[in-house]
Design a protein around this ligand. Sequence first.
Ligand code: HH2
Length: 287
Amino acid sequence: MVVAPPGSNVETDQRPGLNRLARLLARATPAVMGVLNVTPDSFSDGGRFIEPPNALEQARRMISEGADILDIGAESTRPYGGAKAVAIDEEMRRLAPILPAAVALGIPVSIDTMKASVAEWALAAGAAVINDVWGLQRDGDMAAVAAKHGAPVIIMHNRQHADPSIDIMADISGFFARSLRIAESAGIARDQIVLDPGIGFGKTPQQSLIAIARLRELKSFGLPLLVGASRKRFIASVSPAPPDQRLGGSIAAHVLAVANGAAIIRTHDVAETVQAVRVAAAIASMR
Ligand code: HH2
């Protein structure tokens, strides 16, 4: 059983008809998603949580620190290039000792994968949300899997390569429009969709800054927004630091993302992020 820390966001709104995503979002403060990378090569924490006991200890720690959802991934997406593709079997082999045990800890788990077969396996193992860093546009079966399971989907903007000459907000909007058409034709309900500008993915550092600064424009889709700026390279473009020393920049980005409309924050540093978004919300409520 999960013991809710004081003031935590553990789901309490059990109104019938409210889906799990809506319950997660029906809170006074933004939801915080803790990252659990079961990979040898993730850009900021590769190798730290590949062993199941370490992964589960980290999952428990993030829950005790106030995480509302755990995002588990077994293939590094390496936003900055050099990702090693992981075979389906290997991805599931990494997840098998960890994902069902994390589900048993009691908070919703999202599966961070680009592969429909891995997503389907994870949903069967108890995952509640699909997090697709290619926004249903890479694996042609992903939308059907989400529709079949009635699972919420995080649609993240991505591009193969950054292009400094493009209008990044127009590119993100065009990408979302395509993803939403795919979702609609597959029969995914609109209230099961979260949009994410994909900080660091196919973007120059400046374009990542723009995506956070102009996040509010993406509210025009009428869907909840997720931002994952945690430890990403654009922070070092402003204030040089290695990935494990980018907490200050991550918090600055996340607080501003919330001010600009983000409903979910994806982070490696749950305790500090929960504190930051709660204090920011408390200050905003005094206006
Ligand atoms: N960022 C990463 C991975 N998955 N998913 C969403 N929805 N949004 C993000 O910004 C996002 C994501 C990259 O971070 P991390 O998981 O730490 O790195 P890696 O992909 O190298 O494992």
